[in-house]
Design a protein. Sequence first.
Length: 305
Amino acid sequence: MFDLKGAGFKDPLLVSGTDGVGTKLKIAIDSGIHNTVGIDLVAMCVNDLIVQGAEPLFFLDYFGCGKLSVDVGEQVVAGIAEGCKQAGCALIGGETAEMPGMYPDGEYDLAGFAVGAVERDDVITGEKVAEGDVLIGIASSGVHSNGFSLVRKIMTLDALTYASPCPWDSGTTMGEALLEPTRIYIRSSLAAIKAAEGGVHGIVHVTGGGFFENIPRILPSDMGVSVDVNAWKRLPVFDWIAEAGGVQPHEMFRTFNCGIGLILSVAADKADLVLSTLADQGETACVIGTVAPRDLVGRPVALNI
């Protein structure tokens, strides 16, 4: 149970989302590192709530396996609890299912479900996104939880294992580097939304589909965006993916976050305030583009690559 009135809302709308961590889970299983994918699971769900301006309230998880390893289960759930702590939401329940014959020995599956709330008058839908809005990008922590099928294929091409030294960070293994948890943007985004007092018009969680599929979700039909991909420093992991896998720039931005995990469309006169608020919250953020009429931009998302 959850006491919505006790959470202090007056006229709330509930916002819900469910997700998994994709084939990143395979890396956790094969490398034997299980304490971070729970954070990813929470992140993928709650970051989808903040795009509507919603504060996560509670989270439930599903853990399915052939035979439960208590040690693995404890590590996974500890990660989920840490993710909920970072997101400021309650872990109020879940399901652990043992199904012999359904999963190979040592493998498991994860799914998560989050519910949040936002005051009716504060819902962010993207309908206010307008010409002249500034796009503020917030740095990602790495690949997050999308595109790992391609990453795993590139590892094979590069003759790397999860125990191999990481090409861009010799002090860690490939498994450890690739399992860097998805960043959770809840506290910082809520602070920015509050500070801007209606000036945050749209929010994009850059997940599967990258820039090309996620940004248009907040755009009115007559608006497009121009993005300067040189405005931020791309993380070394993405340079490795592009070089080792021969992945062209357009495909990189279609598949990966390329260093930007969340994008805010902000009224121009609120941009500096939002940037300073995000900095105060410990985020690395910068202006990465603008919103303009689509007939001027030429397409929904134009990248200056």
